[in-house]
Ligand binder design. Structure first.
Ligand SMILES: O=C(C1CCS(=O)(=O)CC1)N1CC[C@](c2ccc(OCc3ccccc3)cc2)(S(=O)(=O)c2ccc(F)cc2)C1
Length: 275
């Protein structure tokens, strides 16, 4: 695909050089910049994940987690997912064109997509052999999260991580997947949908060219359906509501404000981004 590069041939007078459209970013530069943004905003970094030996929690440690009060375990997971979401916000801000969207649309895309990106990124911290995830430094299976009181949600989170990690995505593929999850022109309430659709289109072309260059076109057909991510996030929202019913008085102040804003908005606050 011609990059629209201006031909710098010596025969080209300035007037012709200047008449060309602005040099479009070739798609490989776009996927490289998305990969750099991904690497800069994932923690732990890929090198750390490959380097360290992943140690499972002992039986005693697991039962200690299982006897944690429900609210304590919820707060731990809420804190960790909020840290991961803050890094996703940083990733979004580095995506070409994202900061040029209206703040309203930036908020709409992040409210709908940040948790989905965390779930995509989670496969990096997942060990398919033991069906466990890196949690507070060691490998945890679904049973460790028993005190949360939402076994179906936990099972769905592990199932999703398992199915995505089975595709053995590269960091570049995860980076492009995450960017496409965020820059989704289909999200409801967008003000400037065509503008988001243009950014999404550039990413789509760049992703397909990356897959062609790396002979991984087959990946597209094997990716989990977008509906699975949407269903997981709705399941999480239902469980937050269930938790709040069990603990009247709203989420305890110990929950991160960003988590409350995203998943337990106080109706009195009005729609986000307008405060
Ligand atoms: O893996 C990550 C990170 C992804 C981005 S990264 O850069 O690779 C660093 C690692 N995670 C971020 C934190 C984790 C997380 C994942 C989903 C999640 O959903 C919301 C929720 C909230 C409260 C109760 C249940 C579910 C909350 C936390 S976790 O705590 O390890 C956790 C894991 C499984 C589970 F069943 C419940 C919690 C996974």
């Amino acid at each position: 695909e011609t990059a629209g590069r201006v031909s710098l041939s010596p025969l080209c007078p300035l007037s012709v050089l200047l008449s060309h459209r602005v040099t479009r970013v070739p798609s490989e530069l776009l996927s490289q910049s998305v990969l750099l943004s991904h690497r800069a905003t994932c923690h732990p970094r890929a090198e750390e994940l490959q380097g360290q030996r992943w140690v499972p929690f002992s039986r005693e440690e697991i039962s200690a987690f299982q006897s944690q009060p429900m609210a304590e375990m919820w707060q731990r997971c809420a804190r960790r997912v909020t840290e991961a979401i803050e890094r996703v916000v940083e990733f979004a801000k580095r995506l070409r064109g994202f900061l040029q969207l209206s703040q309203h649309d930036q908020i709409v895309l992040l409210k709908a997509g940040a948790m989905e990106v965390v779930l995509v990124r989670m496969c990096r911290a997942f060990d398919a052999a033991t069906r466990s995830v890196l949690f507070e430094g060691k490998l945890a299976g679904p049973e460790l999260f028993r005190s949360l009181g939402c076994p179906e949600l936990v099972a769905s989170i592990f199932d999703f991580a398992q199915s995505l990690s089975a595709l053995r995505c590269s960091e570049s593929e995860l980076a492009m997947l995450s960017a496409l999850v965020l820059l989704n022109a289909g999200r409801p309430c967008l003000q400037d949908r065509p503008r988001v659709a243009r950014l999404q289109g550039h990413l789509d072309v760049a992703f397909r060219l990356l897959l062609r260059r790396t002979r991984r076109e087959g990946l597209l057909a094997r990716l989990p359906a977008p509906g699975r991510l949407r269903a997981l996030c709705s399941q999480h929202l239902e469980q937050v509501q269930a938790f709040r019913r069990l603990h009247p008085g709203g989420l305890p102040a110990a929950f991160p404000p960003l988590y409350r804003e995203l998943f337990a908005p106080d109706p009195a606050d009005g729609p986000a981004g307008t405060r």
